[in-house]
Design a protein around this ligand. Sequence first.
Ligand SMILES: [Zn+2]
Ligand SMILES: [Zn+2]
Ligand SMILES: [Zn+2]
Ligand SMILES: [Zn+2]
Ligand SMILES: [Zn+2]
Ligand SMILES: [Zn+2]
Ligand SMILES: [Zn+2]
Length: 466
Amino acid sequence: MVRSLAQWTKTLSFPARISPNKAAKDRVNIHQVSPTITPTLSNNSLSKNNEINTMMNNHASLSEVNQIYSDPESEKAIMSSIVYCIHHKEGCKWSDELRKLKGHLNTCKYDAIPCTSKCGAQIPRVLMEDHLKYTCPQRRTRCEYCNKEFTGHALENHAGHCGYEPLYCENKCGMKVHRRHLGQHKSDGCSKRLVPCRYCSKEFVADTLPAHHVKCGRVPIQCPNRCDASVLAREDLDAHLKEECTVSVHGCHFKDAGCRFKGSRYVIEKHLEEHCQQHLTLMCNVVTKQQHQIASLKSALSRLSLNYSGTLIWKISEFTAKMGEAKSKEGMELVSPPFYTSQYGYKLQASIFPNGNGAGEDSHISVYIKILPGEYDALLRWPFSHSVSFTLFDQSACPEKACNIVESFIPDPTWKNFQRPSIEPDSLGFGFPKFVSHEMLKKRHFMKEDTLFIRVKVDPSKIVAV
Ligand SMILES: [Zn+2]
Ligand SMILES: [Zn+2]
Ligand SMILES: [Zn+2]
Ligand SMILES: [Zn+2]
Ligand SMILES: [Zn+2]
Ligand SMILES: [Zn+2]
Ligand SMILES: [Zn+2]
């Protein structure tokens, strides 16, 4: 191999044993050197060697050097200089006369030569074997997966495409699959692929599909009654049993009224058609029972609202209209709510004739009290002997100036009105036909806002109010 000096003198170095004096003596004159080159001489470098180096760095060829060193003596001296191999720093231990360097480099294992497989790379001899084996694009090699033979360059292109390279599935199912089977695996075999439920069409991860099928509402099932219905979706079963199933057993629609019949939907429909009369009877019984309940509730309610105080304050509103009605209709009587003299006492009721009655007819308001059949009559003393007073209130704005009208009496024990009343209410009462004259009624404030207040007070003490 031929190489120009410029190639190797860049790193040319000399061993320390060259004496400076000898070098000074061997100096040659070279005038065309450039001062800008930095030589890589050893510590005791000499100006002469500087010149050699600078000259060499200016790409002078060996023959040029020969021409420059026209003095054969000097040339001989220089070529006899002891130098290190240019690959000293890489580890070559060679050191000898400069003239032998060229020969050494032909065998120096650190010197780069073109790749023997002609890939074009310059490779140090020492690395050539590795290069040819592992990195040379021209090397012959086999794919570790498919075992096919490639050149190094083709293998690099093949890498990442080999169908036999095992790869982890991207769905993270944990499987390693040859690249050529990966597509098939992901669409058919992968446990983490998305698959639609064949009943409801929603997508699920393949390995959760069996769990979904257990509860999927669209899974077809048979009616548990084994009716003729074709196959049902699971989520429709309840509605089917309630609405459609011809076999499922229901109670008769009149079960609350007492009918105990049970049967399939079809049988129930037939039963309803055929048993109208029976169902009607059942419903009548229900109505009768409810009427009794209503009546007893009503009486319980009226008992709760009864007055047991012995004093009734009777409010008679819209009196003018009532008076008008009484004047046009003979014997028109207004009756008060019943009241008791005490919790277990006599049951009484007051009444008025707005247009008078008997001696007071057409001129007075008449007031009466009558004894109604009460719940405790059997335990009470007869005849009734409590004093009774009637009061028409003067509704004056100033109560001190009010002047009420009061009438009272003590029952006459011989009078039959005060005997124990029969179960049928007696129409007879006792009272004052001329209680208040129509004239008097217009005075003071007996009538205010078209309303009268009449108090009926029953007193066992027999003290007669005045
Ligand atoms: Zn060497
Ligand atoms: Zn190569
Ligand atoms: Zn391969
Ligand atoms: Zn997978
Ligand atoms: Zn489903
Ligand atoms: Zn069914
Ligand atoms: Zn029935």
